[in-house]
Design a protein around this ligand. Sequence first.
Ligand code: GDP
Ligand code: MG
Length: 390
Amino acid sequence: SKTAYVRTKPHLNIGTMGHVDHGKTTLTAAITKVLAERGTGTFVPFDRIDRAPEEAARGITINIAHVEYETGTRHYAHVDMPGHADYVKNMVTGAAQLDGAILVVSALDGIMPQTAEHVLLARQVGVDHIVVALNKADGAADEELTDLVELEVRDLLTAQGYPGDAVPVVRVSGLRALEGDPRWTASIEALLDAVDTYVPMPERYLDAPFLLPVENVLTITGRGTVVTGAVERGTLRVGDRVSVLGADVETVVTGLETFGKPMAQAQAGDNVAVLLRGVPRDAVRRGHVVAAPGSVVPARRFSARVYLLSGREGGRTTPVASGYRPQFYIRTADVVGDVDLGATGAARPGETVEMTVELGREIPLEPGLGFAIREGGRTVGAGTVTVVHN
Ligand code: GDP
Ligand code: MG
């Protein structure tokens, strides 16, 4: 049988973010290679991380790729998202639950639109610690140019409310490290050291009632339906009763795993697969929530404070008015909502506004919950629930 997961080191969730083609997936593969050589991880090649959604097993859309590894002091689950839209869905809605992020910036290209957007969105959802990987440093012919890019990145971070001068910026080459070049292997070690020391261990809400936003659903032949995702709060053991909100079923947990290893207890921050007794595969979907029975009440109406991205940030170029019906990405759910802007009745991109939203269906809501607003495939706003109306 499979070896059980033993919790020997604190667990954190991190992820790569940054503009397309700046080397996030290559760097992710390089990290696993360097740690595999240290004996605290398994090498995950580029192709395994960067698989296209349609290639994913059993027709399930996997739009978030996880790898796990250990450094000397910590156990990490690391997410690498294939496309820009996946950042919005998974990071911005809090589904990825990042405790820290590695911002990948190509030293050859500098800041690009998605670099800026990811930093802005990370700030909005409370990712407080960013470490910068100035990637492709192998190809930078001119040190001074790389210095300029570093300055530019620090300025961007400062402008978004991060301590831009204090943020670690490490010059790396994911590609050369992947090829085994010692100079660049060392650069990956330096990056991991920066993550270990700069990203603090977050507070975990272990005493709160269990809650897991469902990220994916799959069937294990002969065993039943499994839901996967990151535990938002609380703890869970085999035999515990849970409600699946959205599917309106109550059931019992019959199995619990993390990265293929059975575990005795899952807790806030863990990435888990939960086997549910007697639940048909098509009853549960991404966006549903598995929670301790009676601990959350779904609702449709809420008030929120929302920042509307400016056109320069990739948002709208025209104002919105009451009656606007965009998509709301809340945890892993994607729901249409009717916007009411109250007395002012309209708002412009670049503004922060109060709004009341009526969702197309009930979902578990609570004050403080972050969400993204999307329209026609792009992010137009990011907000926080202030009041839930029942
Ligand atoms: P992503 O879109 O951010 O995940 O970027 P990828 O990891 O897919 O890399 C995009 C391209 O940049 C690929 O052709 C990589 O081989 C190349 N690349 C990635 N890292 C490096 C690096 O450190 N140095 C150089 N010279 N090229 C790199
Ligand atoms: Mg990639």
